[in-house]
Design a protein around this ligand. Structure first.
Ligand code: SF4
Length: 73
């Protein structure tokens, strides 16, 4: 079975509280820099379900998952 849809991932480091929840769920996708702000290491670094869990678990909603192709500044 082929899953076609690719999701695009974006983060808002400005609102990240550095809880580490996202790196717990998806350590191959997110990392925290020295200031404790989230960044993306690899957009597809973990299974989609893990990434989705991380996005949903973020307490500050600093992670966003949506259909690819959206190009907001
Ligand atoms: S779960 Fe949210 S608040 Fe916590 S480190 Fe990740 S992006 Fe930041």
């Amino acid at each position: 079975m082929t899953g076609g849809e690719r999701l695009s991932l974006s983060v808002t480091p400005e609102t990240c509280a550095g809880t580490g929840v996202c790196t717990f769920y998806a350590a191959g996708t997110f990392e925290l820099d020295d200031d404790g702000r989230v960044s993306i290491v690899d957009e597809h670094g973990d299974p989609d379900d893990d990434i989705r869990n991380a996005v949903e678990a973020c307490p500050t909603r600093s992670l966003r998952l949506g259909p690819s192709g959206g190009g907001r500044p």
